[in-house]
Design a protein around this ligand. Structure first.
Ligand SMILES: [Zn+2]
Ligand SMILES: [Zn+2]
Length: 489
């Protein structure tokens, strides 16, 4: 019985496909009418509220836009799409967009629609909305499903589900979204990346310099960056994670510079790529930075943001001495490895990863962390971990982490602050532990020879390995702990 059911469904799907091919190849009552109209409604709403016959869309490339006003990513993409739409309309392209709303009520729908220059399915037609969501298997918004009038269902060129990505990446150039067009864009992009140099990344027709803080001149030539490792730092003063990351990056920048003082053939530089809202904000923010910057509002900022597909700031893209991109995950690497991440080469990162694996092997499998009321478990990418935001330092993390699956709570191993409840098990018979007001844990043992500093789970292990160290404490201070007559467990 089951088999029969499967076969029947396959047969039905096949029939449906055949019908689609027929319609797309110019059959009566085309695909667009069938998808976007119903028996009761053969029209869509224009921006000014007029009715536009669905049949007018036949023969055009149509983007069905699933979106909602309450979701910031949708609002952001609506602005991008509106821009592309206007450009295409100006050129007379046979392109149309139809909005399928997931707004909470009619007022929200109308407000949202006011910033859309295209058509919409009436808010009241919930059945059409449901049917389209089901037909295209919509799970995430914003989603832009592109229907091509001349495509072929067999090779998947009729319906493209990744319209949002295509528009984000290529803008109006993606039109008419044909296989040939998209392949051509890929080729152009590939050639561009192969020919990438620091100069063609940062310079444009009107500017061959960057801003600097030197007292002699406020400008430095871009050619002086050739042969150096360069960090492109996308950030803004209004961005809170950026403000938090800034001091860390400055300290690491200074340390790398320090390390390189005696090396003649190597250098490191950072270029601030600002998304500040005005010149004053840019000035104030750039003043806190010891590195270079692209001028505020320079067109290259937009080009770079698109080129490196920067979706969230702060973001640190690293360019190697040969002008090629080393990594777009500089921020994460700096968080993980500090100045040791330099020179961000694959070899260096592999080495650091290996070292981190070795370190992680020595970490306790579970820890009671001061900032969470459940026991945390050590996980790696292969055992339930993955990219995360550390609940302690609020920075990105990946690879090893201490995690509470139930609460979705996760911290870097270096941020885990072990508390007493956990320690007696590890140290029974050797220490008396007490937690002082600053969160620094002090340990005492009877016979005194060594002085240690203890605060994090990572450091705990080092104690057991009998190595002196200076850990960071919760409030940035370090406090000595006197371990008298210490013997390893
Ligand atoms: Zn952390
Ligand atoms: Zn929990």
């Amino acid at each position: 019985m089951r088999r029969e059911g499967c076969e029947r469904r396959e047969l039905e799907e096949k029939e449906e496909e055949e019908e689609w091919v027929l319609i797309i190849n110019g059959g009566v009552g085309g695909i667009v009418s069938r998808l976007l109209g119903t028996e009761k409604r053969d029209f869509l709403l224009s921006p000014n509220g007029d009715q536009v016959k669905v049949s007018e869309l036949e023969g055009k490339v149509v983007g069905i836009y699933f979106s909602a006003n309450w979701y910031p990513l949708c609002q952001k993409f609506t602005t991008v799409l509106a821009n592309v739409y206007e450009q295409l309309k100006y050129k007379g392209a046979q392109f149309e967009v139809v909005f399928v709303s997931s707004d909470e009520d009619i007022d929200a729908f109308n407000r949202y629609r006011a910033c859309m220059p295209w058509l919409a399915i009436p808010y009241s037609d919930l059945d059409s909305k449901k049917a389209l969501n089901k037909r295209f298997d919509i799970e995430d918004i914003p989603c832009l499903t592109i229907l091509r009038p001349d495509g072929n269902l067999e090779d998947n060129t009729t319906i493209l589900h990744d319209g949002v990505e295509l528009i984000d990446r290529h803008g109006a150039r993606a039109f008419p979204f044909s296989k040939d067009r998209l392949e051509e864009l890929e080729r152009v992009e590939k050639a561009k990346r192969e020919n990438q140099t620091i100069t063609n990344l940062l310079a444009n027709d009107n500017r061959d310099f960057l801003l600097c803080h030197s007292s002699l001149s406020k400008q430095v030539s871009i050619t002086s960056l050739q042969g150096k490792t360069i960090g492109l730092y996308f950030s803004a003063q209004w961005c809170l994670p950026g403000l938090k990351f800034n001091p860390k990056l400055i300290s690491i920048y200074n340390k790398i510079k320090q390390l390189l003082t005696h090396k003649r053939d190597e250098d490191f530089e950072i270029v601030y790529v600002s998304s500040d809202r005005d010149q004053a904000a840019f000035n104030a923010h750039f003043d806190t930075m010891p590195w270079l910057a692209l001028p505020f509002g320079d067109p290259t900022i937009k080009t770079l943001t698109k080129y490196f597909d920067v979706r969230a700031i702060p973001c640190l893209v690293i360019i190697g001495p040969n002008g090629k991109t080393l990594t777009k995950h500089g921020r994460n690497l700096v968080n993980l490895y500090f100045e040791k991440a330099y020179p961000f080469t694959e070899a260096q990162l592999r080495y650091l990863e290996r070292k981190m694996e070795e370190e992680a092997m020595k970490l306790p499998k579970t820890v009671h962390h001061a900032g969470h009321h459940h026991e945390l478990t050590l996980v790696s990418e292969g055992t339930g971990g993955g990219p995360f935001i550390c609940c302690d330092c609020e920075e990105q993390g990946s690879g090893w982490a201490y995690q509470c699956i139930g609460c979705g709570y996760e911290v870097h191993p270096k941020c885990a602050k072990a508390v007493m409840s956990h320690w007696p098990r590890l140290w029974e018979g050797y220490f008396e532990a007490k937690l002082d007001k600053s969160g620094v844990t002090k340990h005492e043992e009877r016979r005194s020879t060594v002085t240690f500093f203890v605060s994090t789970a990572t450091d705990l292990v080092r104690v057991s390995r009998f190595e002196p160290f200076v850990p960071r404490t919760g409030d940035g201070r370090s406090e000595p702990i006197h371990l008298k007559g210490y013997r390893p467990c």
